[in-house]
Design a binder for this molecule. Structure first.
Ligand code: BGC
Length: 743
């Protein structure tokens, strides 16, 4: 602590914060009162080529310990380490920072980054589950709590939010995003940026956000991770871009390019997107980082001939910082000397990085107080937020005969399935420094909520791989005579996320067989799903009376699920992504276009399958509750507007049951005729409300050009004609009204 205080003082002196009045002129870059842009320009003017390139280099520390690599201190002293990923905790971060701030020529601090995706130590539900909350304000609070914890261990930058729209559940990274919809995804993108950054990301407890992966990564062909993408201009503008635009508008400090090839140009060299759309059209002022070695991968893609070519192509396209590979650093000087790399491009990138470092406040506050970690991590408030977040992300998929909620006074409850007793699987993919030991399992949660007299019997049955006959039999005998059998099935945490694509969406291993055997006992069966992607649940839907989608619900996940199962809470989440009947329907999403031969059950020559229904098993926006709700009085006014006008929509939603609960009112529009075809339905408004028994509320939505418009080939416009408006509890149900847009 003593050493740190001395270091802080030295740094403050070095940067003029406490500069003695010597009369000597303070360099602009050391003047905290000067504007970040002016400070960056002044500093850049003092740098050598090597130092500029050094600011563009991000290197990877040791993920498991947070330590830095042996060569980092020297690089920091030479001013050749702009940023690290994975280096964290006060001892590691402060020691490395000291080299950069106190022992380098210009004293430029290192920017410490980490993947803080859904929590740092207190782990919230995986992003796809947070999306199922349909509650951006709650996602914002979770991001803010994550930022506070991450900041406390020396971090100032997170590689989040991941805002890739994903319509293919085979792609494992669907778990990291907000699902299939551009509108919901945009609301969550903005909320998460606000949550991480707050009003000013220089403030203590705040991080710079990073919208990733720019662009189109979620459309990996066949759902295979890192695969190429081929996306039409209309789909880019109307589906894949909007959440990124929302992140820019919310003030996201940085962007990360993607691994994928997009229409023949790898994203990490995609000048049209980076310089053109992001900076040119949208006015993005932050900096752009590559993904992990994606600069080097330009060679494997077949775009760059060699290392130098890759460096030149990425940097010239506007990728400012290189993550992990070192081609800018190693090949930049020769490329500059030969005129293949423009000095102006290098300067522009270095300037952007430096300006964000000034804006982040790390010149004035380069160190982290080692005492902060213990005070900040896993606080009771954060754990309460994690419980609330997990509760709100639960989606009730089926509840035949109102089997749920269960009676906490039941005599015997059988809990089956290894996933019910697995801490690490509660945390999900990208769980940062979340510790399995902190997590509550479903089994523990159930024991905590049932009556003291209830006998809870557990048997592991099977996990996600093979299981022995003995294990399956033991599960069936454990279930004998139970009032209810609660079976945990789904995926392990590692089955989704990066590099976790699947060709099958079936329940893995012998889970289905286990369910069949348990069903044969004749006792009521409740299936709880832990998974990071939509799964094929047709058999479950046909055979199991109650199904609760719990996703990977985080540190307090098991408790949340138990509270919902036993009626201490009421599920109210809705699917942020369509659940297909079978993988053969993929890609399947609600916002598809009509076709000239819409699906018909009776017409052979209609758009359909001969061996399956065309409809999803559970549509986008679907989810039940223990309460029942009705929608009525859907009104729109005025009856006609101009293209730049605004229509107001109102609807009454009522809880017609005897139990308080949440409903998510969802507003969809359709523009049935125009110069280009548009989707059958487009989500353009939603609100999650909690209603007491019998309570009714009038909800109001505004439809402005932002909601009504479409990116046509000629640009964004609201075209005259009829607009239909649907409001209801999912993308399938709903009341309908219409209004006119006059020419
Ligand atoms: C992922 C990024 C992540 C980065 C750093 C890459 O493999 O694609 O999403 O931020 O690693 O960990």
């Amino acid at each position: 602590m003593k050493n740190l205080k001395i270091s802080v003082l030295a740094a403050a002196l070095a940067f003029g914060a406490l500069a003695p009045a010597t009369g000597a002129e303070l360099p602009v870059y050391k003047d905290p009162a000067a504007a970040p842009a002016a400070r960056a320009a002044d500093l850049l003017g003092r740098m050598t080529t090597e130092e500029k390139l050094g600011q563009l280099q991000q290197l990877d520390g040791l993920w498991d310990t947070g330590a830095y690599r042996e060569e980092f201190p020297k690089l920091a002293r030479e001013g050749r380490l702009g940023s690290t990923l994975n280096v964290r905790t006060a001892p590691h971060a402060n020691a490395l920072q000291k080299e950069a701030v106190e022992n380098s020529r210009l004293g430029v601090p290192v920017l410490f980054a980490f993947d803080v995706i859904h929590g740092y130590r207190t782990i919230f539900p995986v992003p796809l589950a947070e999306s199922a909350q349909w509650d951006p304000a709650l996602a914002e609070r979770a991001a803010a709590a994550a930022a506070e914890e991450a900041y406390a261990v020396g971090l100032k930058w997170t590689f989040a939010p991941m805002v890739d729209i994903a319509r293919d559940p085979r792609w494992g990274r669907i778990v990291e995003g907000s699902g299939e919809d551009a509108y919901l995804g945009s609301k969550l993108a903005a909320a998460r940026v606000r949550g991480f950054q707050g009003a000013d990301f220089a403030a203590p407890g705040r991080l710079m956000a990073c919208a990733k992966h720019w662009a189109g990564y979620g459309a990996a062909e066949a759902g295979r991770d890192y695969n190429s993408t081929d996306i039409s201009p209309s789909a880019l503008r109307n589906v894949y871009f909007p959440p990124f635009k929302a992140a820019v508008d919310a003030g996201a400090a940085t962007f990360m390019t993607a691994f994928n090839d997009l229409n023949g140009v790898p994203s990490t060299a995609h000048k049209a997107n980076i310089a053109g759309v992001l900076r040119g059209e949208w006015g993005f002022k932050g900096f752009v980082v590559s993904d992990y070695t994606s600069v080097k991968e330009l060679i494997a893609h077949g775009l760059a001939a060699d290392d130098e070519d890759a460096a030149v192509k990425a940097l010239s396209a506007g990728v400012d910082m290189e993550m992990v590979s070192t081609l800018y650093r190693d090949k930049g000087p020769a490329a500059l000397a030969a005129g293949r790399l423009r000095a102006a491009d290098l300067d522009a990138s270095a300037l952007r990085v430096l300006e964000m470092k000034f804006r982040a406040g790390i010149f004035e506050h380069p160190y982290i107080d080692p005492a902060l970690e213990a005070k900040t991590l896993l606080t009771p408030e954060k754990l309460r937020l994690a419980l609330d977040a997990a509760l709100k992300s639960l989606v009730l998929l089926k509840n035949e005969g109102a089997l749920l909620p269960l009676d906490p006074g039941s005599r015997k409850v059988a809990v089956i399935g290894k996933l019910a007793d697995s801490r690490e699987d509660m945390l999900g993919s990208w769980a940062a420094d979340g510790k399995p030991a902190d997590a509550v399992t479903l089994l523990e949660g159930i024991k905590a909520v049932v009556s003291p007299g209830t006998r809870v019997v557990y048997s592991s049955g099977c996990y996600t791989g093979d299981a022995s006959e003995k294990e399956l039999k033991a599960a069936v005998s454990a279930a004998a005579g139970a009032d209810v059998i609660i079976v945990a099935v789904g995926e392990s945490a590692l089955m989704s996320g990066e590099a976790a694509s699947r060709v099958s969406l079936a329940l893995p291993g012998r889970q289905r067989e286990l369910l069949e055997r348990l069903k044969k006992t004749g006792r009521p069966v409740v299936a709880v799903l832990f998974n990071g992607r939509p799964l094929e649940l047709g058999w479950l839907d046909a055979n199991i009376p109650a199904i609760l989608e719990a996703w990977q619900p985080g540190t307090r996940g098991g408790l949340a699920v138990a509270q919902a199962l036993f009626g201490l809470a009421n599920p109210g989440g809705k699917l942020p992504v369509t659940f297909p009947r079978s993988v053969g329907q993929v890609p399947i999403y609600y916002a598809h276009r009509a076709t000239g031969r819409p699906t018909s059950l009776t017409e052979k020559y209609s758009s359909r399958y001969i061996d399956s229904s065309s409809t999803p098993l559970y549509p986008f926006g679907y989810g039940l509750s223990y309460s029942s709700f009705t929608f009525s009085n859907l009104l729109v006014s005025p009856a006609s507007i101009k293209p730049d006008g605004k229509a107001l929509v109102s609807v009454d939603v009522k809880n017609v049951s005897a139990r308080a609960g949440d409903e998510v009112a969802q507003l969809y529009i359709r523009d049935p005729a125009g110069s280009e075809t548009r989707p059958l339905r487009e989500l353009k408004g939603f609100e999650r409300v909690t209603l007491a028994p019998g309570e009714s509320r009038t909800l109001r939505f505004e439809l402005t050009p932002a909601e009504l418009g479409w990116h046509y080939a000629g640009g964004f416009a609201v075209e005259p004609g009829t607009f239909k408006v649907y409001v209801g509890s999912s993308s399938a149900a709903g009341l309908e009204v219409s209004f006119e847009v006059l020419p």
